[in-house]
Design a protein around this ligand. Structure first.
Ligand SMILES: Cc1ncc(COP(=O)(O)O)c(C=O)c1O
Length: 415
């Protein structure tokens, strides 16, 4: 069986008991099911099989090399937002022509690096960026392929911190600036404009906003083609939602049903920058109870993972299911699950009905495959946790735990 499942009161990743992994790798520890990543990638790929498309997996959600490599073997490209992510994508074997470079603040050095790697195109987020890419490309004697990201001012109906397509968001170019964009591209002889991009937010759990955005993009593409720009690639987000807490997000095929008519009418190629949908429920965080603390009427399960491992609850008050890795699963105790870090925001659950747990018990924090380890920090000088991958009955440490020596490796005594 793929992914995470419960058998005889024991949680497994594929065919491996999570308790077995914790014994070997210690805690806290991320566990990723490679077949789960692959299945979600295939679900998207299949949903769009009747149009030319590229799934550019957003490695901002999970940039583990073994994960990127496994998806790359299935044909996945990557969406990167920094020179570092570009480096990791290339390291994992993703060819330059399947890499999309997004992000609002690309430096000249990053632009030059991407041009050297012959990426598929830049997702351009502002008018000054068109000029910057043009001048770097000119100096290198190259022509830079670009897509322009427009801000359609559409509400993705998601958490306001992960909305990206409203006019107050920093992403994309204001639709009213279309003439200026065309003017700037026309005089930029070292860029080649072939794509239009819109992304309205992450964790969308309905298709209505995406349908609206697709219609806006269709009008932009038609206008640009009339103006003589050979627009082919249409890059249409946001990110498809996943089940964290009983949400019932649409399937990939349901999102596809609102996108495909537009792509077919335009005879365009589709780019999908998806992260969470592929990675979110393909990973968990394992952590051990250090103490059970009673404080008046409150019970705290104090665990050895903290916001340095998984910051989503602190950052967005995000909900993650939590249970015991083995033993009775019935929720019988109301508790806060908190970490070891000296911040009151260092929590994973508040006033949650949970199974009874005692010192030393192994807990599983679910849906931690996206925006988990990638947002890790060493705050409180806590080494980064390892990442373990599973496939069938096998597991392996894909990224080792940081050591205390690692924590001081970049420093020296000065002055
Ligand atoms: C432009 C862009 N592309 C891709 C993503 C990945 O989104 P998700 O993880 O929801 O698929 C994001 C996330 O916000 C984004 O802003």
């Amino acid at each position: 069986m793929n992914g995470f499942h419960l058998k005889n009161n024991r949680w497994y990743s594929d065919g491996v008991a999570l308790s077995q992994i914790a014994k070997k790798a210690g805690t806290p520890c991320y566990v990723y099911s490679l077949p789960a990543f692959e299945a979600k990638y295939m679900e998207v790929d299949q949903a769009y099989r009747s149009v030319p498309h590229l799934v550019a997996y957003s490695i901002k959600t999970n940039d583990n090399l073994s994960v990127i490599h496994a998806l790359g073997k299935l044909g996945s490209g990557t969406d990167v937002v920094s020179g570092g992510e570009l480096f990791k994508a290339r390291k994992a074997g993703i060819p330059g022509n399947k890499i999309i470079f997004a992000g609002v603040a690309k430096t000249d050095a990053e632009i030059a690096y991407a041009l050297k790697e012959n990426i598929r195109y830049f997702n351009v987020e502002s008018i000054p960026e068109i000029s910057a890419i043009n001048s770097v490309a000119k100096k290198m004697g190259k022509t830079a392929p670009i897509a322009i990201r427009f801000n359609p001012n559409i509400d993705a109906l998601t958490h306001h911190f992960i909305s990206t397509g409203k006019k107050e968001n920093k992403f994309g170019i204001f639709l009213g600036d279309l003439d200026e964009v065309m003017h700037t591209v026309r005089k930029s002889t070292s860029v080649h404009w072939t794509g239009v991009h819109a992304h309205i937010g992450s964790q969308m759990t309905q298709t209505g906003s995406l349908a609206k955005s697709a219609r806006v993009v269709e009008q932009i593409v038609l206008k640009l083609r009339q103006e003589g720009f050979p627009i082919y690639d249409v890059n249409l987000g946001g990110g498809y939602g996943i089940d964290y807490n009983g949400e019932k997000p649409p399937k990939a095929s349901q999102y596809a049903s609102v996108v495909m008519p537009v792509i077919k009418r335009l005879k365009a190629g589709l780019i999908l920058e998806l992260g969470r949908f592929i990675s979110g429920n393909s990973g968990v965080l394992l952590t051990r109870v250090v103490f059970v603390k009673k404080s008046g009427k409150k019970t705290f399960y104090i665990v050895d993972a903290g916001m340095g491992d998984l910051i989503r609850p602190a950052l967005y008050e995000a909900y993650h299911r939590i249970s015991r890795a083995e033993g009775p699963q019935k929720p019988v105790q109301t508790a806060d699950v908190v970490g070891p870090i000296c911040e009151s925001t260092d929590f994973f659950a508040k006033n949650r009905r949970l199974p009874e747990a005692k010192r030393g018990d192994l807990m599983v924090i679910f849906s931690a495959g996206a925006y988990g380890s990638v947002m890790g920090s060493t705050y409180n000088s806590r080494p980064l946790s390892p990442e373990v991958v599973t496939r069938g009955s096998r597991f392996a440490v894909a990224r080792r735990r940081q050591t205390r020596e690692d924590l001081v490796r970049l420093e020296k005594f000065v002055l």
